[in-house]
Design a protein around this ligand. Structure first.
Ligand code: UTP
Length: 482
């Protein structure tokens, strides 16, 4: 056996992971080299810490005793409810528009997830998401960026975080689609970090293939470090970018360039302009979304599974949920905040969260493939919202679900393509109604037609005013893509 094999085996033995080489002798030389190469990259000291902290036990989240709901800026239709110290929405809108026009804002999509719930064969961004023409998610955002570039007469660079597991296919998809009309120089893709997946019962490493470790991307929280390590931050600074519009790959309705949100982030009296968030009111106490809270003056998201029952159901005098502000993973993050957090890049880490998942794997000894029926593995992921309390002072702004939230997470049921299509049609219907077009709706108020408005046609409802060839009414079940 080679010297490399012997030295890696010694390390594995020290950390009780030598099982992973049990079938080494049966592998082809190239496979042996590949497996040793992957093992050589692991830092077993830190893996031991992770295993004892997160795999051998289920870490509990400490809930601060002074936990309170985070304040938020309500929808502009209720701007009378804004704090007295704040300016009016128009002021922030103008400020944000100016910053976009001056080229200070970049778009940033986190697209490194595995999308296992949707079960689509390929990166989630390639999923055909729109109602009539089936445009892929990546195209939904590309068109928004194209339209905003035109509107503000500026280049808006787009940073996309992939993972080592989907980077090549994502790159190929953009090349095949000619970057959807964007300049290739304005699209910057980089892979995030990965972590091994662990056997839940033993904390042992798993093999995805006879010569390949089972790994998973290290969570959307990995984006903070990846922005720095990939050179994206340097690229942003060179371009004069100061703020990053962060959003997930799964929400085709997200308002990528939102001047009001940017203005508030930049200048609200209680914002340190480091990291800001959007929220939607929870539909019911048990909705599975994280909730914006505050403790000791810091804003934070508490996961739904960690929010104690008494808080989850607590209501005010008007019977409104007290812990109402649901997180929809839309943030503004300043480049200087990412620099500050990652100044000592090697030692910066957000906490990990444990997810118990089915991890198909290969038995190292026998080479048998195992397809678990129940969760057998632990994946560790960092969450980007854990960076919020690291900001000096962080604001939350309300947005409406109808206008900005139509996630595609599951193949069926809630947050599926079907629910997203309905929400996309609903929003398009509302926009068309605002310019006097009659739209059919069912008894629940949902649009009863298939409607799609490209961002290239209208970024906002007002943009439809300029169109003169729209029909005066849409019939039940009719398809319209403009
Ligand atoms: P999800 O929590 O929906 O996870 O990610 P997922 O991996 O995409 O899907 P499932 O759970 O396997 O079904 C929310 C967002 O964060 C990104 C995803 O791409 C999505 O935009 N993400 C998630 C990353 O970029 N990296 C990760 O490691 C995890």
């Amino acid at each position: 056996m080679s010297q490399q094999y012997e030295s890696i085996l010694a390390v594995l033995k020290k950390h009780q992971q030598e099982h992973i080489l049990a079938g080494y002798a049966n592998l082809e030389p190239q496979q042996q080299e590949k497996l040793l190469g992957e093992l050589a990259q692991l830092d077993f000291e830190s893996l031991d810490d992770l295993i004892s902290q997160y795999v051998r036990q289920r870490p509990m989240t400490d809930i601060p005793t002074d936990l309170a709901p985070a304040p938020y800026y309500p929808l502009t239709t209720r701007s009378d409810d804004w704090p007295d110290s704040a300016e009016q929405p128009d002021y922030y809108h103008r400020l944000g528009s100016d910053a976009v026009r001056q080229g200070k804002l970049a778009a940033f999509t986190v697209a490194g997830g595995q999308g296992t719930r949707l079960g689509w064969n390929g990166p989630k961004g390639t999923y055909p998401a729109t109602v009539v023409t089936g445009k892929p998610l990546f195209q939904c955002f590309a068109e928004q960026i194209l339209a905003a570039q035109e509107k503000y007469d500026v280049h808006i660079p787009w940073y996309i975080m992939t993972s080592p597991l989907n980077d090549a296919t994502t790159q190929a998809f953009f090349i095949d689609n000619n970057y959807f009309g964007l300049s290739r120089n304005d699209v910057f893709m980089f892979p995030q970090g990965i972590l091994p997946s662990f056997d839940a019962a033993t904390g042992r490493l798993l093999l995805a293939e006879a010569d390949t470790l089972a790994v998973n991307p290290n969570g959307h929280g990995g984006s903070i470090q990846a922005l720095r390590e990939s050179g994206a931050v340097e690229d942003m600074i060179a371009r004069g970018i100061e703020h990053i519009s962060y959003f997930q790959i799964d929400n085709p309705l997200v308002n990528v360039i939102d001047p009001l949100f940017l203005g508030l982030h930049l200048a609200a009296p209680d914002s340190s302009a480091e990291m800001s968030s959007k929220m939607v009111p929870k539909t019911d106490p048990e909705e599975k979304v994280g909730v914006f809270c505050q403790s000791a003056g810091k804003t934070m998201v508490i996961e739904y599974s960690d929010l104690p029952d008494q808080y989850m159901h607590q209501r005010d005098e008007q019977e409104k949920l007290l812990f109402l502000a649901g997180s929809i993973a839309i943030h503004l993050i300043s480049v200087s905040f990412v620099e500050k957090l990652t100044a000592d890049s090697k030692h910066f880490a957000l906490p990990y969260h444990r997810a118990d998942k089915k991890v198909p794997h290969v038995d190292p000894q026998t080479g048998d493939r195992i397809e678990p029926k129940e969760p057998n593995g632990v994946k560790l992921e960092a969450f980007v919202f854990d960076a919020i309390p690291l900001a000096e002072s962080s604001i939350v702004m309300e947005t409406s679900r109808e206008s900005e939230f139509a996630p595609i997470k599951n193949a069926q049921g809630t947050d599926s393509p079907a629910t997203s299509h309905q929400l996309q049609s609903d929003r398009a219907g509302t926009w068309l109604e605002s310019v006097g077009i009659s739209i059919p709706r069912d008894s629940d108020g949902h649009v009863d037609a298939l409607l799609e408005i490209s961002p290239l046609t209208a970024l906002h409802a007002e943009d439809l005013d300029a169109l003169d060839d729209l029909p005066s009414a849409i019939k039940v079940g009719e398809e319209l893509a403009i």
